[in-house]
Design a protein around this ligand. Structure first.
Ligand SMILES: Cc1cc2nc3c(=O)[nH]c(=O)nc-3n(C[C@H](O)[C@H](O)[C@H](O)COP(=O)(O)OP(=O)(O)OC[C@H]3O[C@@H](n4cnc5c(N)ncnc54)[C@H](O)[C@@H]3O)c2cc1C
Length: 464
């Protein structure tokens, strides 16, 4: 977009400044540039950046945007991977970074009330002081905000046992596209009173409302934890074990998967601490100290399938860290494969995991790209990384084609586009492939109800 605003845009910015105060609006080039992108590396210069300190200022900002026909994109920390926080051309960014108060933690109701700009890790520390945690555990926890977690329905390894963000929210206060503040419901752990607007807003990526406060469900910290590392000859054996694990009465906290190629790659960087195997499962169990032995025995029994090559159990934190080393070595290792990656987080039914991995081998051969696959097998949620060099014309052409083939296959297997990163800009064109046409039309209707003028994060989630 133009670096300098048009006369209409200047009048709008002056009105914002007069209403909210000079401290809330940033019109300089550096601030605008710093708030124009996210981890997808997409970027669009916003008209201005707003940094409200309370919900009243959010209401005033949305109303002024509507009055002047200017769109706005809510922003947490900009760690999203799909371009969801990248503003549309000619719009403003509404950063919630300064609304970062933990309002209260109420252990007696297993409840935390927070503003959206609170960083996930900060809430975890505060909750831990009371013997609790908030279940959503994205790898970006040190930097991402609760508002971003809510807007993307973030998850992580422990989603298997505790659910994703959507399962750990009691109520939201939000501002719709007409600048109306509302509470989705009361923060109660049990209720049956009308439509569930809370769950609707979670995962809506700032397209239905701006979240200004959240009442979150807290979970008691487990007393004890153990990690089991199961090595298999091949992927089919590992995925067979995943199904058996989930069929157990006691749910593991995490069931993470690495294929043989990921392991070889991780070994090159992490050294001998990363084992050699055709596939690997990392299974974390949590509970009372008394429970743990029984859970570990159940896991050992479940993974004892044809093709199990070895099993280790770690109770001591240091030993646990060693077992997790394979997984941790992977992200830095990926950077050495190719300058760019398309990092997808597709989901398939667990029994379809072997077919997906066979397909990925074929896709790798046909496309000439390196494809590395690992992730949250306990939810059928795999991170498929299509590695490519944008300077290589053949690879640059092959990558988007391979992506389209991946999504087609995933949907054909009964799966869907995203398990935790969301849709944003990058997966929007594929929505008709994955979502029932009537459901898609109902989604468009909801967008119209919440945001009749289409000013909230336009161009995201729903296809044109
Ligand atoms: C290294 C790395 C690891 C990651 N690991 C994981 C992972 O394990 N699991 C996972 O789920 N994700 C992961 N992510 C993705 C990302 O961190 C999450 O999606 C996170 O929830 C985004 O939070 P954010 O504060 O950065 O949001 P942003 O990127 O700023 O925004 C994301 C979306 O939320 C909207 N939004 C933000 N705040 C609000 C609000 N208050 N009201 C309404 N809408 C709002 C924005 O408009 C945008 O649509 C990872 C990202 C990185 C870079």
């Amino acid at each position: 977009m133009d670096v300098n605003p048009s006369p209409h845009q200047t009048r709008f910015l002056d009105a914002l400044q007069a209403s909210l105060g000079a401290d809330v609006i940033r019109r300089d080039q550096d601030s605008r540039h710093a708030h124009g992108g996210d981890d997808s590396t997409r970027h669009q210069l916003p008209l201005a950046v707003l940094l409200p300190v309370d919900a009243d200022q959010v209401v005033a900002a949305v109303r002024l945007c509507r009055e002047h026909g200017i769109a706005l994109t809510a922003r947490g920390a900009g760690t999203g991977t799909t371009g969801a926080a990248v503003p549309a051309r000619g719009s403003v960014v509404l950063s919630l970074a300064r609304m970062d108060r933990i309002v209260r933690i109420d252990p007696g109701q297993r409840l935390a009330v927070v503003q959206p700009g609170v960083i996930n890790a900060r809430l975890q520390e505060a909750a831990a002081d009371h013997g609790f945690f908030w279940a959503p555990d994205p790898a970006s926890a040190q930097t991402c905000t609760i508002g971003g977690n809510l807007a993307c329905n973030a998850g992580g390894p422990r989603t298997v046992k505790y659910g994703a963000t959507r399962d750990n929210v009691l109520a939201l206060t939000a501002v719709d596209g007409q600048g109306r503040r509302f509470q989705s419901t009361r923060p109660l752990s049990k209720q049956a009173t009308g439509y569930d607007l809370t769950r609707l807003l979670v995962g809506s990526e700032g397209t239905l409302a701006v979240i200004v406060e959240a009442a979150l469900k807290l979970t008691p910290l487990p007393q004890a934890r153990a990690v089991l590392q199961a090595r298999f000859d091949d992927i089919a054996a590992a995925t067979h074990a995943v199904g058996r694990l989930l069929a157990c009465a006691q749910t593991p906290a995490a069931v993470e998967f690495l294929d043989g190629k990921s392991l070889r790659l991780a070994r090159r960087h992490g050294g001998d601490v990363v084992p050699e195997a055709g596939a690997l499962l990392l299974i974390q169990i949590e509970g009372s100290a008394a429970d743990l032995a029984g859970q570990a025995a159940a896991v050992a029994e479940a993974v004892r399938v044809r093709g199990l090559a070895g099993l280790d159990e770690a109770r001591e934190p240091q030993h646990q860290e060693r077992l997790w080393a394979a997984r941790r070595a992977l992200s830095p290792a990926l950077r050495s494969v190719a300058p760019k990656k398309i990092n997808e987080d597709v989901v398939v039914p667990i029994p379809a995991l072997p077919e997906l991995t066979v397909f990925l081998d074929r896709l790798e051969r046909d496309s000439g790209l390196t494809i590395v696959c690992f992730g949250h097998a306990g939810n059928g949620n795999l991170h498929v990384n299509l590695m490519y060099d944008p300077a290589d014309a053949a690879q640059a052409t092959a990558a988007p084609l391979a992506l389209a083939q991946l999504f087609e296959k995933v949907v054909a297997l009964g799966g869907t586009l995203s398990g935790e990163h969301g849709i944003g800009l990058s997966k929007r064109p594929f929505m008709p492939l994955a979502v029932d046409p009537v459901a898609l039309s109902l989604m468009r209707g909801l967008k119209q109800v919440f945001d009749p003028d289409g000013i909230l994060n336009p161009g995201k989630v729903l296809p044109d």
